[in-house]
Design a protein around this ligand. Structure first.
Ligand code: ADP
Ligand code: MG
Length: 319
């Protein structure tokens, strides 16, 4: 039987690279970066709520870290370190091996270092705390959008939710589309490179984890402005365009969640620079609307510029 300490040593201990002291002591030690601000975030994934029982452990290791890195990306921060608090019903070595592989593969890609955590027996629960750095004054906050700015979106939304709807039998996708959507659901790519390049360009940003309209709602509430989103401009993947179940597909696009794209705002004179930032980061960026003055509300406009009906959770109907 694997002891708690063997488990930590075997699956979660790597030589410290940038940390002064990594896993193994009462605390990790890192040198406070001179002249920089720390960005700190934590996100918990609970079995049954955020992932299905029996979820692939490698993909789960990736996603647990990805959702935290996505928060750093949305702030424009450079990821540096993370801590992992893990509750597991048993020390299943196959599960642990795959989980740690998935997590460390993403960690290496973004040069972020696991420096500590906690391990305990209990219902499966994964909580990661990630720490990044930023030059002072450059954080992409939610409360800084102004009237006249463009609203932008990276990549496209809806695929992850469509993948989940397919798994639950609510929509039917082709085999290829199902595979793509499932990958977006289970192994999202945090938009770290884009977030970093948006520093000094974007005025506000958020990562889309709860649905595009809902998350855009957070920017406009905190910025005390209103937003107009042009429905026809919203980027749609081939999988979403091809989905014959139109209403659920539109729901996923607008309100699906688990997208981990960046929604952000910027003045119109930054358009060229933002397109260049997207290109350099290897991700499409699309202008989807604008910030206007008025009570905090996201209005969805049809092709003629008329408001479309949006219900309390997502929207009412689309043809
Ligand atoms: P303490 O009792 O002082 O909290 P623990 O016995 O919980 O220490 O942990 C021992 C060491 O292992 C600590 O450095 C802790 O940060 C680290 N650690 C525990 N669990 C994990 C984990 N899942 N991933 C990475 N480090 C971990
Ligand atoms: Mg502990």
């Amino acid at each position: 039987m694997l002891s708690e300490f063997d488990l930590i040593a075997h699956y979660f201990t790597r030589p410290a690279r940038t940390a002064a002291l990594g896993v193994g002591d009462d605390c990790a030690l890192v040198k406070a970066p001179t002249g920089l601000v720390l960005a700190l975030t934590t996100d918990m994934l609970i079995e049954g709520t955020h992932f299905l029982a029996g979820a692939d452990p490698r993909r789960l290791g990736h996603k647990s870290l990805a959702v935290n890195l996505s928060d750093l990306a949305a702030m424009g921060a450079d990821p540096r370190w993370f801590l992992l608090a893990l509750a597991l019903p048993e020390a299943d070595e196959r599960w642990l091996g795959a989980f740690s592989e998935g997590m460390f593969a993403l960690a290496e890609k973004h040069a972020v270092e696991l420096i500590g955590g906690d391990t305990t027996r209990g219902p499966r629960n994964i909580c990661i705390t990630a720490i990044g750095t930023l030059p002072p004054g450059y954080a992409l906050r939610r409360d800084n959008a102004s009237p006249g700015e463009d609203v932008w979106l990276s990549g496209s939304t809806g695929d992850a939710a469509l993948g989940l709807a397919h798994l639950k039998g609510r929509v039917k996708l082709s085999e290829e589309a199902a595979m793509l959507c499932r990958a977006r659901l289970e192994t999202p790519e945090p938009r770290i490179a884009l977030g970093r390049k948006l520093r000094g360009l974007a005025s506000s940003a958020i990562d889309v984890s709860d649905g595009l309209l809902a998350d855009l709602g957070h920017i406009i509430e905190q910025s005390k402005v209103s937003a107009e989103v042009e429905y026809a401009r919203l980027p749609r993947s081939a999988a979403l365009r091809e989905c014959a179940d139109r209403t659920p597909a539109a729901e996923c696009l607008l309100a699906g969640g688990d997208d981990y794209e960046l929604a952000f705002t910027a003045p119109a004179d930054k358009r060229k620079a933002i397109e260049a930032a997207g290109e350099a980061a290897g991700v499409a960026v699309t202008r989807i609307g604008r910030i206007v003055a008025g009570e905090p509300k996201v209005r969805l406009l049809d092709a003629s510029g008329n408001p479309m009906a949006i219900g309390p959770v997502g929207f009412d109907h689309f043809r």
